[in-house]
Design a protein around this ligand. Structure first.
Ligand code: ADP
Length: 410
């Protein structure tokens, strides 16, 4: 395909040049000598006085071969003799010499022009085809697994100065970038999942071996530990399944008209006892008449459950968690506010990434896999909303925010 495009461009350029050369050659062949003859004859009819004076007056005869043998001087020139001389064989000779000189120079010019045209066509065609070749090579490399491959683009141009090829190459690079990102995420996910599964499996296997070898007594505490690890694995698998469905937008939303209050109240009632048990105060701050939202009750409750559960996990005894909702422009702005351990600034932008945990050892104890917030983010985005977190820093508490558009009235 590459050579076809190159050939097409090359021969198109060459064809234009050849046509131009043929026209030039034929025109000069037909027109040049005719013009010359006409002008020469014209010259004979009206020779300029300066030329007439150069011939001796006694030159009455035209010698053979155009040679003159004058003897005397002093008489005026005879224009008829001059005319006869110039229009005789000399005229034919001059015409022949002129034509052969013109032909020779045209032939030389044609050969030279052809060589230059071929070189120029080769350069132009290869320049035009170069980006396509580069893209083909890059695509081949990407297909071979080199996802960092890119087509080179001029540094001194910005995007809206690109020509069609450069724009094509730019789009190709964007596509390569997103492929690279997907591949990185795939590898990372595989690595993370393997890592997450290895620890509980190793623990379960260790306990079972110790029981089989009778190194450990089969007592309830041992079984409880094994049960906990199996439970962790089950949660992880369920979370992963949910995450992959949410990220693939494969969760069908069962939309209904809801009031923000009912969602907050549901979360409040679900967690009330757990908060009491831990000694953390749970409060609700929602104005009475908030606009309705259009959403999937179960999924939005799941978001609030994830955020409220985290707030409980990361707020020590004596702390307070507030569930709030308020109207803001065309959205309902939900907030889960805690005065717990807070989040240092460097972690804020990663907090919604898969498997991201600020303190891995602590989260392991609390049973978290670092997927809850990623799922919450996907679910909010499925509702055309946004989710983000703010925190003044470690020990300063955190606020998890999300917005859901207000239901339209029609
Ligand atoms: P996990 O199951 O580990 O809680 P999440 O995705 O829900 O996973 O949370 C990711 C990480 O974000 C947690 O491990 C924790 O470090 C941090 N985090 C989440 N919520 C809070 C919070 N309210 N206060 C402080 N840190 C939090």
């Amino acid at each position: 395909m590459r050579s076809k495009l190159f050939g097409k461009i090359f021969f198109s350029i060459l064809l234009v040049i050849l046509v131009w050369m043929a026209v030039f050659y034929l025109t000069t062949q037909v027109v040049l000598t005719r013009i010359f003859t006409r002008q020469y004859d014209n010259f004979l009819q009206n020779p300029p006085p300066a030329i007439a004076e150069e011939f001796p007056p006694e030159e009455n005869q035209i010698p053979e071969g155009g040679q003159q043998q004058g003897e005397g001087m002093g008489q005026g020139p005879n224009p008829n003799n001059i005319r006869a001389f110039l229009s005789g064989r000399l005229r034919e000779e001059i015409r022949r010499i002129f034509q052969s000189a013109v032909n020779l120079s045209i032939r030389l010019a044609t050969i030279l022009a052809l060589v230059v045209a071929i070189i120029a066509s080769l350069i132009i065609a290869s320049q035009l085809v170069k980006p396509a070749r580069q893209m083909s090579v890059a695509a081949q490399r990407i297909a071979d697994g080199h996802y960092s491959e890119r087509v080179a683009l001029p540094d001194n141009l910005n995007q809206n100065q690109y020509d069609e090829w450069q724009d094509f190459a730019h789009q190709f690079n964007l596509m390569a970038e997103s492929l690279e990102e997907t591949e990185t995420m795939r590898r990372q996910l595989l690595g993370d999942v393997t890592h997450e599964m290895r620890t509980p499996l190793t623990t379960i296997k260790g306990y079972m071996e110790a029981l089989m070898d009778e190194v450990m007594q089969p007592e309830p505490a041992t079984f409880h530990r094994i049960y906990q690890e199996a439970d962790r694995l089950q949660h992880l698998v369920a979370d992963l399944q949910e995450l992959s469905r949410a990220e693939a937008h494969a969760i069908p939303l069962e939309l209904e008209v809801l009031t923000p209050n009912e969602l907050i109240e549901a979360a409040y009632h679900r967690f009330q006892l757990q908060f009491e048990d831990k000694g953390v105060t749970l409060e609700v701050d929602v104005p009475d008449s908030l606009p309705m939202i259009h959403g999937d009750r179960q999924r939005l409750e799941q978001v609030l459950t994830n955020l409220t559960g985290n707030a409980l996990n990361y707020t020590p005894e004596g702390g307070t968690v507030i569930l709030s909702a308020a109207v803001e422009k065309q959205n309902i702005h939900f907030r889960v506010i805690d005065n717990g351990i807070g989040i240092a600034e460097e972690h804020l932008k990663h907090i919604f990434d898969r498997f991201y945990r600020v303190d891995k050892s602590r989260a392991r104890v609390s049973g978290g896999s670092g997927i809850g917030l990623t799922i919450a983010k996907s679910l909010v985005e499925l509702h055309q909303g946004e989710i983000w977190v703010t925190s003044a820093g470690e020990g300063q508490g955190s606020i998890f925010h999300f917005t859901i558009p207000v239901a339209s009235m029609d």
